[in-house]
Write a protein of this length. Structure first.
Length: 464
């Protein structure tokens, strides 16, 4: 059969026989042959300049193991099966980490369309030109959209107009930035030891490469008012401090977008503060970012905290790897999409949120309103196309409004409802997801795997 490559990102999100553009630095990419053949020959045909990526296994096995993404750019994978026989076949796939600045699509050496084998498998006659033209248009749109007035400052630790990020931020703030006249602070590679005060309509971005900002004595902060907007892109926020302070504090009724950033919290306080704390009505979008929390921090210490009614977090295409994950306070709003929450402590998510949505994601240990304390508003959880491992507890006691759990196509451990189940609603029609295996007499046609049928939402429940 023709060679066919399957790739998995951090053990999830499989892609078969096609390229992908969703990798991030630190991702572990597992490769597998989709067909059983006589011989296999795997090659990492191209990797970005400076990358040390290698296969973890043997290149002549059905799977060569995995490699770790360490540089932005393209990783070109080649698989040849049944070499030297009449059924010899080769496939190339391009696995790409878009650039931190501008999300540009860097190409791999050797890409071509046509005979004998397209490189990669999904190359098109105009693909290379389309990619390069798209990159140029993206850069043009980036400058036009984010700097309509040409308001750009550059920071470089040795040769820039500013050697400190804060000096550039302060100067931009003094120019009265606004929605129609925002400022860009572009930072060149280097390590910057400073506690940053961020400002509305002043966007902070890494130009390229590694830009690390290290906390010195206090959190970075951003205070917003209604209508304010700001963004941070491509920055590594490194916090070596032990203590209860967060790495970044965001407050006020405006919005912040965090894109392609890494937060690394290395403090080891038993009450170690989170990477990001969002308060007082702020709206934060986290996109294509990563969060790491020192395993020596206390087991109940979350990596992200969202508190105060009306405060919201959208966590998408991101990875959280810490002792514990998200803590969502009463009246908050949160959506987790296409993400993974990998924790070693007590919880992946603790939620008193008015609305928590989890889609196309995986996490361990979900606790909803575990305290059972009085909660004035609604308590809603909607889970779809996701995996919930470990504990799954929903405590409906004390909720003054509607306590609801909506689910569809979710793989999960048995759900526990200490005070009885909340209102239950199905989200996905047409396929049986789960059934109560304590009920006898269910015909085979209605059991899981029978297509075109629907059952009421039945969880495997453990009630006291």
């Amino acid at each position: 059969m023709p060679a066919s490559i399957r790739s998995l990102r951090n053990g999830m999100f499989p892609v078969v026989g096609a390229s992908r553009d969703d990798l991030l630095v630190g991702d572990v990419v597992l490769l597998q042959s989709m067909t059983a053949e006589t011989t296999y020959a795997w090659t990492l045909a191209y990797k970005p300049l400076g990358s040390t990526a290698t296969f973890s296994g043997v290149a002549v096995n059905p799977s060569p193991g995995s490699f770790t993404v360490d540089k932005e750019g393209s990783y070109l994978i080649r698989l040849t099966v049944n070499a030297g026989t009449g059924t010899e076949s080769t496939q190339f796939v391009r696995l790409r980490y878009l650039t931190q600045f501008g999300s540009l699509k860097l190409v791999a050496a050797g890409e071509q369309y046509g005979s004998p084998v397209p490189v990669p498998v999904d190359a098109t006659p105009t693909g290379w030109a389309d990619t390069q033209n798209g990159n140029l248009l993206a850069l043009l749109a980036l400058v036009q959209k984010r700097s309509p007035s040409g308001n750009i400052l550059y920071v470089d630790p040795t040769n820039g107009s500013y050697q400190l990020i804060q000096d550039a931020l302060d100067w931009a703030q003094a120019q009265a930035p606004s929605a129609s006249s925002p400022w860009e602070v572009l930072v060149f590679p280097g390590t910057y030891a400073e506690d940053l005060t961020l400002y509305p309509f002043v966007n902070l971005r890494a130009v390229s490469g590694s830009v690390a900002v290290e906390n010195v004595s206090s959190p970075h902060s951003l205070t917003l008012t209604p209508g304010d907007d700001s963004s941070v892109e491509g920055i590594l926020f490194y916090n070596p401090l032990s203590g209860t302070d967060e790495t970044l504090l965001v407050g006020g009724a405006g919005s912040l977008q965090i894109q392609n950033c890494v937060f690394s919290v290395q403090g080891a306080d038993p009450l170690q503060g989170p990477a990001v704390k969002i308060t007082t009505g702020a709206s934060v979008i986290v996109d294509s970012s990563q969060f790491y929390m020192n395993s020596a921090a206390g087991p109940f210490q979350p990596s992200l905290v969202v508190q105060d009614s009306g405060t919201s977090l959208q966590f998408k295409s991101s990875v959280l790897n810490g002792v514990s994950g998200l803590f969502l306070g009463e009246g908050t709003l949160c959506k987790v999409e296409d993400s993974s929450i990998i924790t070693s402590g007590n919880f992946g998510i603790v939620s008193d949120a008015q609305t928590l949505q989890v889609e196309y994601s995986s996490l361990e240990d979900l606790f909803v309103h575990p305290s059972g304390a009085p909660l004035a508003g609604n308590l809603g959880v909607a889970l779809k196309f996701s995996t919930i491992g470990g504990n799954f507890v929903f405590e409906a006691a004390g909720v003054g409004g509607l306590a609801s759990l909506s689910m569809g196509a979710v793989e999960h451990s048995p759900a526990t409802f200490p005070s009885g189940p909340p209102s239950l609603f199905p989200l996905v029609d047409g396929d049986t997801i789960a059934y109560d295996n304590t009920v006898t007499g269910i015909p085979a046609s209605l059991r899981p795997g029978s297509r075109g049928r629907s059952l009421r939402l039945c969880l495997q429940c453990k009630n006291p």
